[in-house]
Design a protein around this ligand. Structure first.
Ligand code: GLC
Ligand code: CA
Length: 556
C-alpha cells in the first residue's frame, strides 16, 4: 500500500450544533470549536470533519444547503471559519468539511429559479418530470418516507425528485453545467484551506433515468430508493471527473459515505487510483437492517458484529484503507448499540474502543464517543427533533404498535441519540451552553463528562488517548497502522481475537466480550502487555485467564 499522510492519523467528527456553544444562544458554533482545538490536539486528533456549517434552513440539520459559499449565522461568520482553519493549522489538525451535493435546499437560488421557469436552464439543474395524470412519475420511496416525487407548486402534472426530504431537491448530475458549478465550489473551499471533504450520500447522484416502477416492498405500493440504485449504472464517470476537476489539483483528502455500492468495485473507490482516498466501513451498522423500517430491525449479536468486521477487512485491507466508526450523527451511540447490557460500563466501553482502534483502518471518532456517551432517554415522541425518527415512529404505529412500543422502537435507532450536547462538565447543560440547548443534554451528564475523565487516569478518555498514541508510537506505530489483520479464535462465541502482523512486530488483540471470565490457550509466547483495560494484568505462560470484558493488546 502506497503510504499517505493521513494513514497514521486519528480523525474526529464534530456535529457543530451540539459541540460547544460560545455565545449562549443554545446552538454550538464555530467559535466553540476553536475553543476546543487544544482538547482535540491533546486527545491526539489529526483530522477533524465538521458536519455542515453552510447556510441552511435546517430541515435536515444543515444537510439542506441554501448557499454553498456562506456560513450559516447560527454557526458564525466566514471570518470565524477562516480563523478556525488557521488555528487548526497551527496545531497540525486538518479540517475537512461536509460535501452535500446530491441535493441542495429548496431555498437555494437554483431551485427558486427552477420553480419560476421549470423548462429553463435552472430547471435542468434538477429532475423535473411529468406525472401520470397528476400522480408521481414512479413509485420510489424517499429515505425519509413518502414518495420521492413532489408536485412542482403551481404546475399541473409536474414533479421534482427528492431522495431525502421534499425540501432537499436532488441535483441533476447528468447536466454538465451543474457539475461545473459543483467543482468550482469545491475548489473555492480547497483554495481557502480546507484539507478535503466527507462526501455525503454520494452513491445517490446516479439515477436510473428510466424513472420506472419497481415491485412494491411495503403496503404503501412503493419501493426503497436502493432498488433503483442497483439499476443505476455509470457513477464512476461522475466520480472520476470530480476527482480530476476538483480534488486532485489540491491533493484533497476525500472520504465517501456509501452504503449501497457494488463491493466488487471497491478498488475503483479506494484503490491506488480510486476516486476517493477512503470510505466509511459501515459493515457492522448494516447488520439487522430491514427494508420495512426500524420497527422491523433484528437484534445483532457480538459474533455477527465480529464476523462482519473480519469479512470486510479481509477484502478491504488488500485494496486500501477504509475508515472505522462505531457511531456518527446518523447512528445510535455505539456503547448502547453493540455492548451487551452487562457490559455497558467503563470496562466495556474501553473494550469497544480497543476493537475499533486496533482494527485495520483509519479510526474516526464521533464527538462524545471518547468519554463513552450513551443513547438519549426519550419520554415522549415530542422530544424527537430528527425527521427520520418521526417518520419511523409513524411507520411503527401504522404497523399496529402502541404509542409506547412505537416510541421505544424509534428511540432505539434515533439519530437524536448521538445529537445531544457534548458533556464537558457538571455545570448546567453539561457546560455545553449557558443558555437553553437546542436539544436537551443527556440525563447522565453528571456521570459521564470530559472534565472528570481528564484528571482520572483510568478513564475511558485516557484509554482512547493511549490507543490513539499507539498509531504514531516509534515501536508499534507501523504495525498498528499497516500490519495485516488475521483473525484467530473465530470459533469462540462472544470473543474477538486477531493478529496485526507488521514488518517487525506482531500484535495479538484479545477481547472477551461477556461477563464471565474464560481461559484461552495461546499459540505463541507473549513478550509484553501493551494495553489492558483491567487492573488485573496477566500472569506469564499459557493458557491465560481473561476477566469478563477484558481487552488486551499483546506483543508476541
Ligand atoms: C447523509 C447524512 C445525513 C443526511 C443525509 C441527507 O446520510 O449523514 O445526516 O440526512 O445524508 O443529506
Ligand atoms: Ca451559539
Amino acid at each position: 500500500m502506497k503510504k499517505r499522510w493521513w494513514h497514521d492519523k486519528t480523525a474526529y467528527q464534530i456535529y457543530p450544533k451540539s459541540f460547544r456553544d460560545s455565545n449562549g444562544d443554545g446552538i454550538g458554533d464555530i467559535r466553540g470549536i476553536i475553543e476546543k482545538l487544544d482538547y482535540l490536539k491533546d486527545l491526539g486528533i489529526g483530522i477533524v470533519w465538521i458536519s455542515p456549517v453552510y447556510r441552511s434552513p435546517f430541515v435536515d440539520q444543515g444537510y439542506d444547503i441554501s448557499d454553498y459559499y456562506a456560513i450559516d449565522p447560527a454557526f458564525g461568520t466566514m471570518e470565524d471559519m477562516e480563523e478556525l482553519l488557521a488555528e487548526a493549522k497551527k496545531r497540525d489538525i486538518a479540517i475537512i468539511m461536509d460535501l452535500v451535493v446530491n441535493h441542495c435546499s429548496d431555498r437555494h437560488e437554483w431551485f427558486q429559479k427552477a420553480l419560476k421557469d421549470p423548462f429553463g436552464p435552472y430547471g435542468q439543474y434538477f429532475y423535473i418530470r411529468e406525472g401520470k395524470n397528476g400522480r408521481p412519475p414512479c413509485n420510489w420511496r424517499s429515505y425519509f418516507g413518502g414518495s420521492v416525487w413532489e408536485p412542482l407548486p403551481g404546475r399541473a402534472n409536474l414533479f421534482y425528485l427528492h431522495m431525502f426530504a421534499k425540501e432537499q431537491p436532488d441535483l441533476n448530475w447528468e447536466n454538465p453545467k451543474l457539475r461545473k458549478e459543483i467543482y468550482k465550489m469545491i475548489r473555492w473551499w480547497l483554495e481557502k484551506g480546507v484539507a478535503g471533504f466527507r462526501i455525503d450520500a454520494i452513491i445517490n447522484i446516479k439515477k436510473d433515468l428510466r424513472f420506472r416502477d419497481f415491485p412494491a416492498d411495503r403496503e404503501d405500493g412503493m419501493c426503497a430508493g436502493t432498488a433503483m440504485l442497483a439499476c443505476a449504472h455509470g457513477i464512476m464517470d461522475f466520480l472520476t471527473e470530480m476527482k480530476r476537476e476538483a480534488f486532485a489539483p489540491y491533493n484533497a483528502f476525500t472520504i465517501g459515505e456509501l452504503f449501497d455500492f457494488d463491493r466488487q468495485e471497491l478498488k475503483r473507490y479506494i484503490g491506488e487510483d480510486g476516486c476517493f482516498e477512503s470510505i466509511f466501513d459501515f459493515s457492522p451498522h448494516l447488520l439487522g437492517g430491514s427494508d420495512h423500517g426500524w420497527y422491523n430491525r433484528k437484534p445483532v449479536t457480538i459474533d455477527q458484529f465480529r464476523d462482519a468486521v473480519f469479512a470486510s477487512k479481509a477484502v478491504s485491507q488488500e485494496i486500501g484503507m477504509m475508515a472505522n466508526i462505531i457511531e456518527n450523527h446518523d447512528e445510535p451511540r455505539g456503547v448502547s448499540r453493540y455492548l451487551p447490557e452487562d457490559g455497558r460500563n467503563e470496562r466495556g466501553k474501553k473494550l469497544l474502543a480497543g476493537i475499533s482502534l486496533m482494527t485495520f483502518g483509519l479510526p474516526f471518532l464521533y464527538q462524545g464517543q471518547e468519554i463513552g456517551m450513551t443513547n438519549k432517554q426519550f419520554h415522549a415522541i415530542e422530544e424527537a427533533d430528527d425527521i427520520c425518527t418521526l417518520d419511523e415512529y409513524q411507520t411503527a404505529l401504522e404497523h399496529g404498535y402502541t404509542r409506547e412500543e412505537a416510541l421505544n422502537l424509534a428511540a432505539r435507532m434515533s439519530r437524536d441519540n448521538a445529537r445531544t450536547p457534548m458533556q464537558w462538565s457538571k455545570e448546567a447543560h453539561g457546560g455545553f451552553t449557558t443558555g437553553t440547548p437546542w436539544l436537551p443534554v443527556n440525563e447522565n451528564y453528571q456521570e459521564i463528562r470530559v472534565d472528570e475523565q481528564e484528571i482520572r487516569k483510568d478513564s475511558v478518555l485516557n484509554f482512547y488517548k493511549q490507543l490513539i498514541a499507539l498509531r504514531t508510537d516509534p515501536d508499534y506505530g507501523e504495525t498498528v497502522v499497516y500490519g495485516k489483520q488475521e483473525p484467530i479464535f473465530q470459533e469462540l462465541s462472544d470473543f474477538m481475537g486477531f493478529f496485526r502482523k507488521g514488518k517487525e512486530k506482531t500484535l495479538l488483540i484479545l477481547a472477551n466480550i461477556r461477563r464471565e471470565p474464560r481461559t484461552v490457550e495461546l499459540p505463541l509466547t507473549i513478550k509484553r502487555v501493551i494495553l489492558d483495560n483491567c487492573a488485573a494484568g496477566l500472569k506469564p505462560g499459557s493458557p491465560i485467564s481473561m476477566e469478563g470484558y477484558q481487552f488486551l493488546v499483546l506483543e508476541c
